[in-house]
Design a binder for this molecule. Structure first.
Ligand code: NAD
Length: 267
């Protein structure tokens, strides 16, 4: 399968270039960066620490997509919306790992999925998707009246969105388990004299610092006991392997909007 990596000079982009080279059944067809990037023209393999692979980084996505089978996209919300339109036009698979999309961007990506095979997830790893399933089960089993749910995450100092896409994914699973809507029940910030915790809410807490790849805990706190479900990412390759598996899986699917739960058979 011929894959394009967009955002090829980024942390995830370079990891994708390395992971494609180590994976059977996929090849790096093209590498794309934003207009004005200092990495345009550089060899994508050399930049990723592999040695030259002959794929020069370009800022022409449509040209890159036209003879490809899929695109792996860990960039920014605005560029992901633009790539969704181009991938639909080129009729190729679009795997989206970008986080921080607002409701309007989500709607535009979902609209593109009428013509394209899109797999989108705030976390592409097997472990976090399993954690999501376990969170849903725990939230269903433990009554909201006596059990409070808090989601704690930590990421590296360069991360620009909060809470993380993974924390929101876990929040949605917890809300689904309780049969409520996350938007109407989440508490994203606490500061000052907040008053007592409102029963049934799902709280988020965000830590940022150093080079942490991703730490997530779902804390279910009851009267006199506490359950903590957690995941630690120690290598970005887990997300890259998931993204490549998603592209290979989506290749034979009908146009539609899929998640990693579909890819992993956990839906
Ligand atoms: P990064 O800043 O290191 O890389 C992003 C790259 O995208 C940069 O090189 C940037 O120049 C490039 N870019 C921006 N606009 C572009 C455009 N229009 N065309 C081409 N390239 C463009 O960030 P990162 O740490 O690699 O993370 C990227 C995104 O992926 C973030 O939203 C992050 O939260 C998300 N992420 C998701 C997962 C997951 O499993 N879903 C895992 C890790 C990171």
């Amino acid at each position: 399968m011929k894959l394009v990596v967009v955002g090829a000079a980024g942390r995830m982009g370079q990891t994708l270039v390395r992971t494609i080279a180590a994976t059977e059944g996929v090849v790096l067809h093209a590498a794309v960066e934003r207009e004005g990037s200092p990495f345009l023209g550089r060899d994508a393999g050399a930049l990723a620490g592999l040695g030259a692979n002959g794929v020069a980084i370009t800022d022409a996505p449509l040209e890159a997509f036209v003879h490809a089978d899929g695109v792996l996209d860990f960039t920014t919300p605005a560029s992901t919306v633009a790539f969704a339109g181009l991938a639909a036009q080129a009729r190729i698979v679009h795997v989206i790992g970008t986080t921080g999309c607002g409701p309007e961007e989500e709607a535009r990506i979902a609209a593109a999925a009428r013509h394209a095979r899109i797999v989108k997830s705030g976390n592409m790893s097997l472990g976090v998707n399993l954690l999501g399933v376990l969170t849903r089960q725990a939230a269903k089993a433990l009554p909201a009246a006596g059990w409070d749910i808090e989601i704690l995450e930590m990421h590296h100092r360069h991360k620009v969105d909060a809470p993380s896409g993974t924390a929101l994914l876990l929040g949605r699973e917890a809300a689904d388990g309780r049969g409520v809507d996350l938007a109407g029940h989440s508490v994203r910030v606490r500061d000052g004299h907040t008053g007592a915790r409102v029963p049934g809410t799902i709280g988020f807490a965000t830590l940022r610092g150093g080079s942490v790849i991703g730490e997530h805990s779902v804390i279910l706190a009851g009267e006199g006991e506490q359950v903590t479900l957690s995941h630690s990412a120690t290598d970005r390759a887990i997300f890259a392997r998931g993204a490549i598996a998603a592209a290979l899986w989506a290749r034979d699917e009908k146009p539609g909007f899929y998640s990693m739960l579909d890819v992993l058979g956990l839906a």
